[in-house]
Design a protein around this ligand. Structure first.
Ligand code: DC
Length: 233
């Protein structure tokens, strides 16, 4: 079947820092689909909580965060230079601020709050309602779009993932410590997989992509074969 004749939902779930967004962005560009980074949405709520009394002195105040939720307006605006949408909170551009290690350290706790998930899942379902979307996260194939036509579960060796994150933050000029990043990667895997609501798990009908030793080009070749298989069904 012609790739352009039927728009589908492509759900990409998996562990932290294994290149889900890079992969999802490349696929979306190839197919002319919308790319939604749902981790950026959980990060944005975490940032807002840090800046507005929802997390104080390292303590996550669940009730305070739930009370703040109605004040948080998340929007995406396409940025042609990046070939993807940038995220805004109440009109403020927050792409840079949401990727810090501070936000990374609290985002698993914030994303385990039921009311936070309810709000963001509803928004994600709305964003993908017309299909033609590539969405990456932890629960896309299991909860947000259980009917997605193509589900991919991405993973990579924890050390390889920490090395990639380290290089990325260093390139941005951040003063980062490799051990701290590795600890964060391992801690987030554990928290994301063991939380009570919508834990990270492979959907039964997802296909696994371990990209520890794959280039982006090799991942694209693998993806093309998977897409052809799904479209021929
Ligand atoms: O993809 P990321 O590392 O930017 O995501 C940040 C955190 O957000 C991740 O540790 C868990 C949470 N998350 C989630 O719970 N559900 C999603 N769909 C996406 C992210």
């Amino acid at each position: 079947m012609d790739r352009n004749s039927r728009k589908i939902v492509i759900a990409i779930d998996g562990h932290s820092s294994c290149g889900k967004s890079t992969f999802a962005k490349a696929i979306a560009a190839r197919l002319g689909y919308i790319f939604i980074d749902t981790g950026a949405m959980y990060r944005s709520v975490t940032l807002y909580a840090l800046e507005n009394g929802g997390i104080v002195g390292g303590i996550v105040d669940e009730d305070a965060i739930v009370a703040l939720l109605d004040q948080i307006d998340i929007t995406f605006r396409f940025n042609p230079a990046r070939g993807a949408s940038d995220i805004y909170v109440n009109g403020e551009y927050v792409e840079g601020k949401i990727r810090t290690i501070e936000v990374s350290n609290f985002v698993s706790a914030v994303s385990s709050i039921a009311a936070v998930r309810t709000k963001l899942v509803a928004m994600q379902q709305q964003l993908g309602r017309q299909r033609g979307v590539v969405m990456d996260g932890r629960d896309i194939g299991t909860v947000v779009f259980p009917d997605a036509e193509l589900k991919i579960f991405m993973t990579a060796d924890a050390k390889v993932r920490a090395e990639r994150r380290f290089a990325e933050l260093k390139a941005k000029g951040d003063d980062v410590c490799f051990e701290e990043i590795l600890e964060n990667v391992i801690a987030r895997d554990k928290a994301d997989s063991n939380r009570a609501i919508s834990p990270l798990r492979k959907a039964d009908d997802a296909i696994v992509l371990d990209n520890s030793f794959m280039t982006v080009e090799q991942q694209m070749e693998w993806f093309d074969a998977q897409l052809d298989r799904v479209l021929s069904l």
